[in-house]
Design a protein around this ligand. Structure first.
Ligand code: ADP
Ligand code: ZN
Ligand code: MG
Length: 485
């Protein structure tokens, strides 16, 4: 009998990110960085590549690049060099892109990423600065080059400061790739180096993927280019791994290629190899001086580095006694996190977390708004939590009041008053319980006889009579007292 050897298919993934830096002007000229302005309204001889125009490095871009590198635990080089990456394409008027090649500003970092497989450490190979190309606009029905009647070039984007971040091939699955991309985005946003808005094209991702050889060595990789949504990164990689696996199972070999993932058909297509010929003939940019990054300059930036998502998460768990889950929900959005901190400074942090990560976030999600656009202020939230803690409003009545705060922006106390949401006082509650007992003699008798199941029914009757403005636990206690059970 032949013993079939089953081979395992272990994925190996490395990501490359292109990130627009949050500067007001371009990388090597004074033109403004804008989104959605009329085409070709922010250009000059430098970013249009006119002969003789000289580039000047944007200091702010260098600072943001260093800041990003530090946040990604990289080493910052004391000397970095810009290089010309030569290729011809209509979106590149100079015939070369100013980039960095063998002396980038940052190398050797890592980020820790929570994934479905647990926490993984993903190495950051390098981070370098460059300029973005202009934008080709293909005229015709599809919006793509294929089938278009002509192409136009919008140079507004040309010369926008760009940071490229390359990871080590440390990522074991498409899900982990998505988590890595998200973690990176969170860090960049937290540090403020980029808005990293994918819809504006401020963050783009290429994914390199292969399947390990049976002996554990790396297999041949393919590259999925230019994905502008992390969901598509995950789906594209899943699809590509299926394709590679099928080839390997049929005894074939993987060819190193560059691919495009089409989310609509869930298929990968090979890009014409000439479009991505890797013969860029890099050489040092003669029009720019090397960047000298002194240790005092780097240290000064390091001191201004804000709290990173991981640090904030750990602090929330420690300082407020929250579960890892609640802390991660609250810290996943900087604005929500500072809203929470304003409330937690005044009331029980655990209650604040329940209200904000639960009830309030549900309302925000439903309305599709974020906390900074919401009418609910931290003052409102604090007031509401205090009303509940003082027994003036039941939890469920407070929940109703929150809906109205969310809609109107009125203070909770005013809403409670106006809508009669205040808890009934203890004398009044005692009366209502007595009335409920006399109105339901059969059920009361059964509770007296030890049938606890009917107690819930009586609690419900009391709640109904108070229009929900009583504390369920207190009602239950009162009923048991009065019925001697
Ligand atoms: P290239 O020469 O094609 O640019 P690099 O070695 O510079 O390749 O790596 C580019 C990206 O591909 C990096 O993110 C790296 O982690 C990833 N990578 C390298 N080898 C593999 C592999 N065998 N499988 C998956 N990803 C890989
Ligand atoms: Zn310009
Ligand atoms: Mg490379």
């Amino acid at each position: 009998m032949e013993v079939q050897e089953r081979r395992t298919y272990k994925a190996v993934i490395g990501l490359e990110f292109h990130v627009h830096l949050a500067t007001t002007t371009k990388m090597f000229c004074g033109c403004r960085v804008t989104y959605g302005d009329p085409p070709n309204t922010h250009t000059c001889p430098v970013c249009l590549g006119h002969p003789g125009a000289l580039p000047v490095t944007n200091e702010k871009a260098v600072e943001l690049g260093v800041m990003a590198g530090l946040a990604l635990n990289c080493d910052v080089a004391d000397r970095a060099i810009f290089a010309r990456k030569n290729y011809f394409y209509p979106d590149l008027p100079k015939g070369y892109q100013i980039s960095q090649f063998d002396e980038p500003i940052c190398t050797g970092g890592h980020i820790d990423v929570p994934t479905p497989e647990g926490r993984i450490r993903v190495g950051i190979t390098r981070l370098h600065l460059e300029e973005d190309a202009a934008k080709n606009v293909h005229v015709g029905t599809s919006g793509r080059m294929h089938g278009s009647v002509g192409s136009l070039v919008d140079f507004n984007r040309g010369g926008t400061p760009l940071m490229e971040i390359v990871t080590e091939p440390d990522i074991p699955s498409p899900e982990a790739a998505r988590a890595t991309a998200n973690q990176l985005k969170d860090i960049l946003r937290a540090v403020g180096v980029s808005e990293a808005d994918m819809e504006k094209g401020q963050l783009r991702c290429d994914a390199n993927v292969s399947i390990r050889n049976p002996d554990g060595t790396f297999g041949t990789k393919t590259e999925l280019k230019n994905m502008n949504s992390f969901r598509f990164v995950e789906r594209g990689l899943t699809r590509e791994l299926e394709r590679q696996r099928e080839i390997l199972e049929n005894g074939g070999r993987i060819e190193q290629t560059t691919l495009h993932y089409d989310p609509e058909t869930d298929e990968v297509h090979e890009l014409r190899s000439k479009e991505y010929a890797h013969d860029y003939r890099y050489f040092p940019e003669p029009d720019l001086l090397p960047l000298e990054l002194s240790s005092s300059y780097v240290r000064e930036i390091e001191e201004r580095l804000p709290e990173l998502p991981d640090q904030m998460l750990a602090r929330f768990i420690e300082q407020y006694g929250l579960s890892a889950y609640d802390a991660s929900v609250l810290t996943s959005d900087r604005k929500l996190a500072s809203f929470y901190e304003a409330v937690a400074a005044e009331v029980d942090p655990k209650q604040a977390s329940n209200w904000i990560s639960g009830d309030l976030r549900a309302l925000l999600n439903e309305a599709g708004t974020d906390i900074s656009d919401s009418r609910v202020t931290s003052e409102h939230m604090k007031e509401l939590i205090e009303l509940v803690a003082a027994g003036k409003v039941s939890r469920s009545a407070a929940r109703t009041a929150l809906d109205t705060v969310f809609e109107t922006g009125d203070p909770p106390s005013a809403i409670v008053e106006r809508e009669g949401l205040a808890s009934v006082g203890s004398d009044e509650l005692s009366d209502v319980v007595d009335e409920t007992i006399s109105a339901n003699p059969d059920e009361a008798g059964r509770v007296r006889g030890g049938d606890k199941k009917v107690l819930g029914f009586l609690v419900g009757q009391v709640m109904k009579a108070t229009r929900g403005n009583a504390d369920g636990g207190r009602v239950r206690e009162l009923l048991m007292e009065k019925l001697g059970s």
